[in-house]
Write a protein that binds this ligand. Structure first.
Ligand code: 5GP
Ligand code: ZN
Length: 112
């Protein structure tokens, strides 16, 4: 997995300002933000997508961390959205599991 860009971000090989980090997860700003707040929350361990996760604790750490980031950014009052694109039709472009935390504007529904 040494060519995975998000593994490199999680390991520190690509220097990145983390919005949040702990032993399981790192969070950082998306390179191409789709909203005023656009944070990516990823497990340090490589999973190609949500479909590859075989350990429920991955979900507890990922979701718990995303909620912590939302709280730390003061997003609860106005709200936010969490998205996990999975696979080709799901619109996934980076093959390392990641959760998008989006906020700061009215987000349309249904998604495109
Ligand atoms: P996906 O389309 O797979 O759900 O989301 C991948 C996201 O990763 C996109 O929003 C894209 O802008 C972001 N992204 C891709 N490469 C990089 C990178 O090197 N650094 C950061 N911070 N974000 C990236
Ligand atoms: Zn990876």
């Amino acid at each position: 997995m040494n060519e995975c860009i998000f593994c490199k971000i999680a390991s520190g090989e690509i220097p990145t300002n983390y919005v949040y980090s702990d032993e399981n997860v790192v969070a950082f700003n998306d390179l191409n933000p789709q909203a005023p707040v656009h944070v990516l929350v990823i497990p340090r361990q490589h999973y190609a997508s949500s479909a590859a996760v075989d350990d429920p604790s991955v979900w507890s750490s990922l979701l718990d961390s995303a909620v912590k980031v939302a709280r730390s950014l003061g997003l609860e009052e106005k709200g936010y959205r969490m998205v996990i694109n999975t696979g080709e039709q799901g619109g996934q472009s980076v093959p390392h599991l990641h959760l998008h935390l989006l906020a700061g504007r009215n987000l349309g529904w249904p998604p495109g």
